[in-house]
Design a protein around this ligand. Structure first.
Ligand code: CLF
Ligand code: SF4
Length: 419
């Protein structure tokens, strides 16, 4: 098996003003500069065992978060609008909802359209790296100076436990062969980009029991390839994925591993695992302000689901936005509808699921009561939810959709996911 497109030409990336204003590459910048993701890349060419394709790419996002999909022209129009409203916008990125390079024509067209009207904005791409050998030169030619590649392992035996399959040039590879092909293309692509001055960030999903103890070796390899920074991310198992029952990586273990790896190279500590259509500062997503009232992908789906009825429980402080954490809700707003229209049918009082870290661990009784109260619901639409609560709902056939959108938009998204 040979890798494509890697030749030697010495050059290394420099920390330019662009990088100093990149909220992910610079910890200082993330309080001041905003990024915008263009959700133009729905397809993917590999299958990670922690991924459920109903959701955004988990390599760069939280599972349970879904995004609209735009055409390149739609993305450019949205960019022009966002630029006028978000003056500190410094970076435009493509981070899914699938893989940026598995949708290369759309990605290239969207960036070219934007470059046609804006010579200054910094471009950023996130990819699983499979197609890097094919498109690395075009990425350089487009003026993309920041690329994120998710590399979970440098050992194909370990990779085979993480990737279900890899589809490349019309063929599907599984097991060690698939992992080997992916790794080979990732390494070749990273080396190629680094040599041409692109600053490469490597995301690594920490999967306890699979790659957690192997990550320091991955980081050392990335250091040897002159990668700019590594970002070790916690596994948040997506419901419905092969790893759905894996424990979520603990923050304590994650912090320890990052500290350990910091000895070898620069680590990212401020990642927000944001959405494929995120807009704004990393800690302050403004995407609901700019989302179309109905996603362009919805009409077709709506025809399919028009006859179905859904009952969905929503956590909301004022009944306008999905703006309340599941564990904090003392009431659930119960909506019923058919995928086009929803009506508020009831406001259901419950005992708060979680009353703080200590109380939460002891309050199984409250948790059971909340589950019983939601038993007739197909889904819960909520701002945020802990892993344990999500797993309990999932085990009771209740889908969880995390959103920070308006309630009507969230309900439309939810009905699309239930069907
Ligand atoms: Fe987007 Fe990723 Fe570029 Fe940043 S996100 S494509 S490098 S502009 Fe940033 Fe979000 Fe973490 Fe990614 S906080 S998930 S690291
Ligand atoms: Fe899912 Fe992996 Fe593809 Fe991302 S790269 S969309 S996590 S299969």
């Amino acid at each position: 098996m040979s890798c494509k497109g890697c030749s030697s030409q010495a050059a290394t990336g420099e920390i330019t003003t662009e990088t100093q204003r990149h909220p992910c590459y610079s910890a200082e910048a993330h309080h001041r500069y905003a990024r915008m993701h263009l959700p133009i890349a729905p397809k993917c060419n590999i299958s990670c065992n922690y991924c459920n394709r109903k959701y955004d790419c988990v390599n760069e996002s939280r599972p349970g978060v879904t995004s609209e999909v735009l055409t390149p022209e739609g993305a450019q129009a949205k960019y022009e609008l966002v630029k006028t409203k978000v003056p500190n916008l410094s970076v435009v990125g493509v981070a899914g909802p699938g893989d940026a390079l598995a949708n290369w024509e759309q990605t290239k067209r969207a960036l070219s359209l934007i470059r046609g009207t804006d010579a200054e904005v910094t471009f950023c791409l996130s990819t699983n790296g499979l197609m890097l050998p094919m498109y690395a030169q075009e990425i350089v030619d487009l003026g993309v100076k920041h690329v994120t590649v998710t590399v979970n392992s440098i050992d194909p035996e370990i990779g085979a436990q993480i990737y279900n399959f890899v589809t490349y040039e019309g063929k599907t590879y599984t097991g060690v062969k698939g992992a080997e092909l992916l790794l080979c293309n990732q390494l070749a692509g990273i080396e190629y980009l680094v040599r041409r001055g692109v600053l490469v960030k490597v995301n690594i999903v920490m999967i306890p029991g699979i790659n957690a103890t192997h990550i320091p070796a991955v980081v050392q390899k990335m250091r040897d390839l002159s990668v700019f920074i590594t970002n070790i991310m916690p596994l948040i198992p997506a419901p419905g994925s092969a790893f759905a029952d894996f424990p979520q990586t603990s923050q304590k273990d994650l912090a320890k591993l990052r500290e350990r790896c910091q000895v070898d190279m620069r680590q990212m500590f401020h990642c927000q695992q944001c959405r494929a259509d995120a807009i704004g500062l990393l800690g302050e997503d403004r995407s609901p302000e700019f989302r179309a009232p109905q996603s362009p992908t919805l009409p077709d789906q709506c025809d399919e689901v028009a006859e179905q009825k859904y009952t969905i429980a929503v956590t909301s402080k004022q009944g306008i936005m999905v703006d309340q954490h599941f564990g904090h809700a003392k009431q659930f707003r119960i909506y019923s509808g058919n995928g086009h229209m929803f009506t508020l049918v009831e406001v259901r009082d419950v005992t708060q699921y979680c009353v703080g870290v200590e109380g939460c661990e002891e309050s199984d009784h409250n948790k059971d009561k909340v589950l019983v109260a939601l038993r007739d619901c197909a889904a819960v639409l909520t701002l945020r939810i802990g892993y344990e609560a999500k797993r309990r709902l999932f085990n009771n056939d209740i889908l969880v959709i995390e959103s920070c959108d308006s309630i009507p938009n969230g309900l439309l998204q939810a009905s699309k996911l239930i069907s």
